[in-house]
Design a binder for this molecule. Structure first.
Ligand SMILES: *[C@@H]1O[C@H](CO)[C@@H](O)[C@H](O)[C@H]1NC(C)=O
Ligand SMILES: *[C@@H]1O[C@H](CO)[C@@H](O)[C@H](O)[C@H]1NC(C)=O
Ligand SMILES: *[C@@H]1O[C@H](CO)[C@@H](O)[C@H](O)[C@H]1NC(C)=O
Ligand SMILES: *[C@@H]1O[C@H](CO)[C@@H](O)[C@H](O)[C@H]1NC(C)=O
Length: 739
């Protein structure tokens, strides 16, 4: 069999007119004409029979750009929760808002600003006991609000119509910054006479200003006692990519409550604002539309019988997987109750109770006045869901994707729809699930065998744009039981202005804080850490964490020609400190989560292992203020006993927090973790040393880790999957004629 024959059909070059029009507009210099002949599934070739009603009727829309703006609120008035972990609906958020309006401490004019309003997760035992058809446990909302210099953390019960708990200033930090506050801060800065004078002196027109309110971190008592932000500005003159045109060295500290300027710092006097030339990234705005590259023909994965997954409310079913999917203002996406069906018994088995990006830590490596504070915590300071904008069909997510909205609350407590912020799609990337071949041998009568299976997976994706940066977070489920969590980084560098125009002007020994990437710009070196909360429940909540250490042994002289070999030694972590893991290339271990009470057919405990890929550790001093706040990155793995209050690795209130409520503090209690309901925390890190190719927009850089079954199944769980044969696919032949 010709190996490419079913591949060619599987990845079908689909003839929908829109796609060709679209792609031809991208590659206008290409003169080929397509003709696609589908002798089979001809009806399907024009209408896709997706079981899931796609949000966009892509094939009928003439331009992709207009599909993201519809009337989203209308779609959600009738939503009702069906599962204990379903996010708050639009009606529920409205109800919380009205309960808060009549809550005496918040009587007019004392209504606070609402910074997070989301489901208050029911007790885990309640969720685990709940079955479809049961009435839902009380629906509750957690509200983080700010009023008169105080942070308020409330729980509102929607069934009892009242506030059931109310904490004031539980820790040092503040709630995340809201869109409204960002506007206040930039308006306050731009209204300041001194600021305006400086801007003009830097050659930037006030009408060209774009300003950002940056989280300030915490740097000691001088910066305490008021909620502040630091405003920095760019020039948008001549480009949509204003991030490449910083007004270097100009920082305005704004008190968000008093709505006044606290300090203006201006150290960039003689540093020019970089040019607009070659900074555009929008296709429509670029003046050079050809890339001197052979254009790639339209490409798409097609599913003649529709997708194989279904989404019922927020419950996703695909192949052997079932899980709950929850858009979240802070985490972006929460995966809950991930269960996989055992191929032998047909029963669903629990793998993970809850998994999400708990906190991000992004320290920049420049100690100067305008830069030292840039040590962001993107989940707790900005919100990975609040910053997850609508995904771009066909580009962010493939043709066969289904989209999901998030419903969040604005500062006034009223709901809004973050439309199409999650996509779910099946991926066939031409990979192999498993294979083997053997040659024929006529003398022994051994036949030739070539046996292989394509690898198809299900991906849940969000892309959060936190200021200049874009984080693409994928949860990928494979039929062999593996879950891969991948983080992709794209967007704009945070660049720093410099006098230099050419590398030959830079003197030997100049201690610039990053590589020179374009005229008058350097890309400041920085790190990204993304810490995931992974509440593993392998077959049941009570699990143990095992280090499978690889140790070198040396056989006694004369016993073997070998001088060394590796052997595994298992160690069961007893308490939290025993499970604070730093990765070591020359002293390696595997890390398993097992259920000691659940044994396989041959007696091994059921388990999953945590499989790292490329990673990076934080190298900052432990006493550096940002590292105290980001102490959850001190180890790559931590294990804590389950505690409903310990969800956010950097603490509940991160903005200007001092770091006294982090995972590192919790773990110091050294609680017992053997055969207990445990949570694994994994930190995926990147050191980013920029280069010219990151300008004006960065090609995506990705890394990942996996949760992989280890003695969970009795044997290969995809052994009985049938191979794909040509008849499974439409037989389309592609003719290409040059015109
Ligand atoms: C998409 O098309 C289907 C079938 O033609 C129609 O029922 C549905 O209303 C359309 N949806 C949108 C969002 O236009
Ligand atoms: C989007 O739709 C609006 C009105 O429906 C239209 O005026 C505008 O030109 C469209 N934009 C594009 C890019 O097609
Ligand atoms: C190196 O950095 C220090 C501290 O930021 C600064 O004071 C000094 O001028 C820099 N030296 C050069 C050669 O740029
Ligand atoms: C649960 O977490 C909170 C916050 O860290 C802590 O105050 C409490 O003591 C913890 N409970 C247990 C049983 O560890």
């Amino acid at each position: 069999m010709e190996p490419t024959s079913y591949l060619r059909c599987f990845i079908l070059l689909f003839s929908s007119l829109f796609l060709i029009i679209l792609l031809r507009s991208w590659f206008p210099s290409h003169g080929a004409d397509f003709h696609l002949d589908c002798s089979q599934y001809s009806s399907w070739c024009t209408t896709s029979k997706n079981r899931i009603q796609s949000k966009f009727n892509v094939s009928s829309s003439t331009t992709e750009k207009n599909t993201t703006k519809h009337k989203p609120i209308d779609d959600h008035f009738a939503d009702t929760p069906k599962h204990p972990l379903d996010p708050l609906t639009l009606q529920e958020i409205n109800k919380v808002q009205s309960i808060l309006t009549i809550y005496p401490p918040f009587f007019t004019p004392n209504f606070p600003s609402i910074h997070t309003l989301s489901l208050h997760e029911p007790e885990k035992s309640t969720v685990l006991e709940w079955k479809k058809g049961d009435i839902l446990p009380h629906r509750q909302a957690q509200v983080i609000a700010f009023l008169n210099s105080h942070s308020h953390v409330l729980v509102v019960d929607l069934d009892e119509d009242k506030v059931i708990s109310h904490g004031i200033d539980p820790a040092s930090g503040y709630p995340m910054i809201s869109g409204e506050e960002t506007t206040i801060a930039t308006d306050v800065a731009q209204a300041n006479e001194e600021f305006r004078r400086i801007v003009v002196s830097r050659g930037v027109k006030l009408s060209d200003l774009v300003c950002y309110a940056l989280a300030t971190g915490w740097y000691g008592p001088n910066e305490e006692g008021k909620r502040v932000t630091k405003v920095q500005c760019y020039s948008k003159q001549g480009t949509s990519n204003f991030f490449m045109r910083p007004i270097e060295g100009l920082t305005v500290t704004v008190d968000l409550e008093k709505k006044e300027v606290v300090k203006i710092s201006h150290t960039g006097n003689d540093i020019p604002v970089a040019q607009a030339k070659n900074t555009e990234y929008q296709h429509s705005a670029q003046n050079k539309l050809t890339s001197n590259m052979i254009p790639i023909n339209p490409i798409s994965m097609e599913q003649p019988l529709g997708p194989s997954f279904s989404i019922d409310g927020h419950l996703v079913r695909w192949a052997n997987w079932e899980f709950h999917l929850n858009p979240d203002p802070r985490a972006g996406v929460i995966i809950s109750q991930a269960k996989v069906r055992d191929p032998e018994t047909g029963k669903l088995r629990s793998v993970m109770y809850r998994g999400f990006a708990s906190e991000l830590f992004v320290p920049y490596m420049d100690p100067s006045e305008g830069w030292y504070f840039k040590t962001y915590m993107d989940a707790g300071e900005y919100g990975m869901g609040l910053t997850a904008m609508s995904l771009v069909p066909l580009n962010d997510c493939p043709h066969n994707a289904h989209y999901m909205d998030g419903i969040f609350s604005a500062s006034d407590g009223k709901p809004f729809v973050q439309s199409n912020m999650i996509c779910v799609f099946e991926r066939y990337a031409g990979e192999i699930g498993w294979r083997h071949s053997q040659t024929a041998d006529s003398s022994s009568g051994r036949p030739e065998i070539r046996e292989s299976r394509p690898k198809v997976s299900l991906v849940v994706r969000t892309a959060s744009t936190v200021g200049n940066y874009d984080y693409i977070i994928d949860w990928e489920f494979q039929a062999d039981g593996l879950i891969r969590v991948q983080v992709g980084l794209s967007g704009m560098l945070m660049v720093k202005g410099t006098h230099y125009e050419n590398a030959n002007q830079i003197p030997e020994g100049d201690n610039m804080s990053g590589p020179f990437v374009s005229e008058h710009l350097i890309g400041v070196v920085h790190d990204h850490f993304i810490t995931f909360h992974l509440d593993m429940d392998i077959d049941a909540p009570d699990n143990s964490f095992i280090k499978v250490h690889l140790v070198k042994e040396e056989p006694p002289p004369g016993e073997s020609p070998r001088r060394s070999y590796l052997k595994t030694k298992k160690h069961v972590a007893k308490s939290e400190k025993d499970a604070q893991i730093k990765f070591k290339l020359f002293d390696p271990s595997e890390f398993h989560v097992i259920n000691p009470s659940k044994k396989s057919k041959i007696g091994n405990p059921s388990g999953y292992k945590i499989v790292p890929a490329g990673n990076a550790a934080s190298l900052l001093n432990q006493n550096d203020p940002p590292q105290q706040r980001g102490a959850f990155t001190n180890n790559q793995i931590w294990v804590t006993p389950y505690n409903r209050s310990e969800q956010w690795a950097g603490g509940l209130l991160v903005y200007q927090g001092k770091g006294e409520d982090t995972l590192a503090i919790w773990s110091e209690r050294d609680r017992l973790i053997e055969n207990k309901d445990i949570v694994v925390w994994y930190t995926l890190g990147f050191h980013h040393i920029p280069c010219q190719e990151d300008f004006p927009i960065m090609p995506t850089v990705s890394s990942s880790f996996a949760l992989k079954p280890a003695n969970f199944f009795n044997s290969n769980p995809i052994l009985h999957v049938a191979p794909t044969v040509p008849n499974d696919l439409p037989t389309c032949s592609v003719a290409s004629t040059s015109s």
